[in-house]
Design a protein around this ligand. Structure first.
Ligand SMILES: *Cc1c(COP(=O)(O)O)cnc(C)c1O
Length: 404
């Protein structure tokens, strides 16, 4: 084994557990919104590592933050605290509703912490009967057993033994359905302000306001899963800031680390106190490397210039997609917000999101799907205008190859 050991995509099936089906190329280098594969072919990246690479690849500010911290201190565990974690927590508190922060390493772990905290809070303030968690059909909250159980896509929880109890699902954006299910037994309601994996579907402001009112009425916690929608993705630091509806717990991951694995759960003093010493933890959570990178991401993302740039880039992409659709009747609706965009396929193209993704890759463009009927884009928040224009040309060529 050495650096010079030759590997390629065909090795994947030999050495990896077969739970993924990666596309047919191996990227080896990235810069900004471009990636290069083993053959030196370039790709424009509108996938952004699934809404993670908020500042593109190898952003100089993030490389600097990472390498500076790498020469100082990587890991100490939570037996000790560290400066980057304390600074990042203080900045997240300053920028949001939160008064306390818990760090984890992935979106699923941040949600796991949120659900456990909600249950602990309810158990200590109202007793064991108040444990029911209500989530939405088609929602996605991660892949641990608790988070697939809360998630509203049964295919992710089936076949893994007895499910976690006390969880039910209601249709998204349907206040009446939620109202009928809520009671004194409800401990928390979990919402993605924009359903990402479920098809890039935004919640309406009226729905979020109604959910908040129902949570207040039944003394239940409102949890916003902003793992995908947060950290500038929608043109505000967090998507909840568009609606003015403030949650009790918010989870962030993906763009938070800009590519370094880190996640955070934000909450108030009142709720945080129910995670007393020893109740929950993570060996890596809040490690200095991850926190140093995320602190730099937050410094760069949470500025008016960057956030306004997200709106401008949305405009450019949405107009370009509609123009393509005038040529090939492929998209019937462009939805989402900022740089979390879902292009909904028309009847004639329904079910072909994977075909579009593969054709785009053959034409030097990376896009995502959100289910079989939606092409999803989640590029860098600072993708240059020229890359957006070039990406639209490559998408045009990809669509032409499929239409022809
Ligand atoms: C991606 C995602 C998660 C899971 O995050 P991981 O880092 O993969 O564990 C949870 N919730 C939402 C809304 C997501 O988009």
């Amino acid at each position: 084994m050495s650096d010079s050991m030759q590997v390629d995509r065909s090795d994947f099936d030999r050495v990896m557990v077969p739970n993924y089906a990666p596309v047919d190329m191996v990227p080896v280098r990235g810069l900004g919104s471009r990636l290069w594969d083993q053959q030196g072919r370039d790709y424009i990246d509108l996938a952004g590592g699934i809404a993670v690479n908020a500042l593109g690849h190898a952003h100089p500010g993030l490389v600097e933050a990472l390498t500076e911290q790498a020469g100082k201190l990587w890991h100490v565990s939570n037996v000790l605290t560290n400066e980057p974690a304390l600074r990042l927590a203080a900045k997240l508190i300053e920028a949001t509703f939160a008064e306390k922060v818990f760090f984890a390493n992935s979106g699923a772990e941040a949600n796991e912490a949120a659900f456990k905290l909600a249950r602990r809070w309810a158990h200590e303030t109202a007793g064991p009967d108040k444990h029911e968690i209500i989530a939405c059909t088609n929602s996605f909250h991660g892949r641990t057993l608790f988070t697939v159980s809360v998630g509203g896509q049964p295919k992710y929880s089936q076949g893994f033994g007895p499910a976690i109890e006390g969880i039910s699902h209601v249709p998204y954006n349907d206040l009446t359905a939620l109202e009928q299910l809520m009671s004194a037994r409800t401990c928390a309601v979990v919402i993605e302000p924009i359903q990402g994996e479920g098809g890039v579907i935004p919640a309406t402001d009226a729905y979020l306001q109604g959910v908040r009112a129902l949570c207040d009425k039944h003394n239940a916690l409102l949890i916003f899963d902003e793992v995908q929608s947060g950290m500038g993705r929608t043109g505000k630091l967090f998507a909840y800031m568009h609606s003015g509806v403030v949650p009790d717990i918010l989870t962030s991951a993906k763009s938070l680390g800009g590519g370094f694995p880190i996640a955070a759960m934000l909450t108030s003093d009142r709720i945080a106190q129910h995670f007393g010493v020893g109740t929950h933890g993570s060996t890596y959570g809040g490690n200095p490397l991850g926190c140093a990178v995320a602190e730099r991401v937050l410094d760069i993302v949470n500025t008016p210039e960057l956030l306004q740039g997200v709106d401008a880039r949305h405009q450019l992409l949405a107009e370009g997609l509609m123009a393509l659709s005038a040529e090939f009747p492929v998209f019937e609706q462009i939805r989402g917000r900022g740089l979390l965009i879902g292009a909904v396929l028309t009847e004639a193209w329904r079910g072909r999101a994977r075909d579009i993704q593969e054709a785009a890759q053959r034409h030097g463009l990376l896009v995502l799907q959100a289910g079989p009927d939606v092409m999803r884009l989640a590029p860098s928040l600072v993708i240059p205008e020229a890359d957006i224009r070039e990406a639209l040309q490559r998408l045009r060529a990809a669509l032409a190859s499929l239409a022809g």
